[in-house]
Design a protein around this ligand. Structure first.
Ligand SMILES: [Fe+2]
Ligand SMILES: [Fe+2]
Length: 248
C-alpha cells in the first residue's frame, strides 16, 4: 500500500485554456496521456493518490465533468484538494460533491482522510504573491505592495482556520500522525515561516506536500526538504514531469 501525490493537472477535456501562456512548453504536450500512463504503471488499486488542486479549467461542474471522470478512471483511491482554478468546486458544496462521487473521488475540505495510521489533513492555502518591486541588478525583492499584502493576509487567516478545522476533525477521530497537503506553497517568497508551517510544527506533521508553482522560475519559491522537523515537498505536475511523487 503506497501514498502518492501530484498537483496541477489543469485538465481541459471540455474547456478552452483560460491562460494558455501559463501552460506552454514541452512538458505540457499531451500531459494528460503521459500522466495516465505513469499512473497505470505505478499505482495499484490498494494505493492512494492525492491530487493537490487545479484539476480542471472548467468554469462550473458541468464543464468539468470529463476532467473529473478522467481522474476517477485513474487507478487507486483518489483524494482531491481545491486549487485556485477549480471553479467547479465551491467550498460550501463539498458535501454535495462527496455525495455525488461517493466511492470514486473524495473531496478534502474542512474534513480529513485516513491513510493507515495517518490522517491526511489540508486546505487550499493562500500566500502573498505580489506585486513585488525587484532590484534589476541583484534580482532581490526590495519592497512590495502593502495593500495587496494586507488583503492576502486576510485570505491566509481564512485558510488557516480551514486547516485548523481539518486538524480538529482528525484529532477528534483519534489521529496523531499527520500528512498535510496544501495547494499553495506553505510560505511566500519573503518568508520561511507562516501560519501553515506553525500548524505543521505544532501538530508534529511528518510531511507537507504542496503544488501551484509552475515553471523552472517558480520551483524554488518555497520550502523544500527538512525545516524545523517537518519535510516539505513540491509536487506540481510539471515539476514532477507527470510522475506521481511517493509520499509513503
Ligand atoms: Fe496550477
Ligand atoms: Fe494554482
Amino acid at each position: 500500500m503506497s501514498l502518492y501525490a501530484i498537483g496541477d493537472l489543469h485538465l481541459h477535456f471540455q474547456s478552452e485554456l483560460k491562460s494558455p501562456g501559463q501552460l506552454n512548453g514541452r512538458v505540457w504536450r499531451d500531459h494528460e496521456k503521459v500522466f495516465a500512463e505513469n499512473c497505470r504503471r505505478m499505482i495499484r488499486d490498494e494505493d492512494t493518490l492525492l491530487l493537490l488542486g487545479d484539476h480542471s479549467w472548467g468554469k462550473n461542474l458541468t464543464a468539468s465533468r470529463e476532467d473529473l471522470e478522467y481522474i476517477a478512471a485513474l487507478p487507486g483511491r483518489k483524494i482531491l484538494l481545491r486549487g485556485n482554478h477549480d471553479a467547479f468546486w465551491e467550498a460550501s458544496k463539498t458535501p454535495a460533491l462527496n455525495a455525488m462521487y461517493k466511492g470514486r473521488l473524495f473531496f478534502l475540505q474542512n474534513n480529513f482522510a485516513e491513510y493507515g495510521t495517518y490522517a491526511i489533513v489540508g486546505t487550499k492555502g493562500y500566500i502573498f504573491e505580489g506585486p513585488f518591486m525587484v532590484d534589476r541588478r541583484t534580482g532581490r525583492v526590495v519592497s512590495y505592495d502593502t495593500v495587496a499584502r494586507e488583503k492576502a493576509e486576510k485570505l491566509v487567516d481564512r485558510e488557516t482556520d480551514r486547516l485548523q478545522r481539518s486538524f480538529d476533525a482528525a484529532c477528534q477521530a483519534g489521529y496523531s500522525r499527520f500528512i498535510m497537503i496544501l495547494h499553495y506553497p506553505p510560505t511566500d517568497i519573503l518568508s520561511d515561516r507562516s501560519p501553515y508551517t506553525r500548524l505543521a510544527e505544532k501538530y508534529g506533521v511528518e510531511q507537507v506536500v504542496y503544488a501551484h508553482s509552475h515553471g523552472e522560475a517558480r520551483f524554488h519559491d518555497s520550502l523544500q526538504g527538512r525545516h524545523r522537523g517537518v519535510e516539505y515537498h513540491l509536487a506540481s505536475g510539471d515539476f514532477l514531469r507527470w510522475k506521481p511523487m511517493r509520499v509513503l
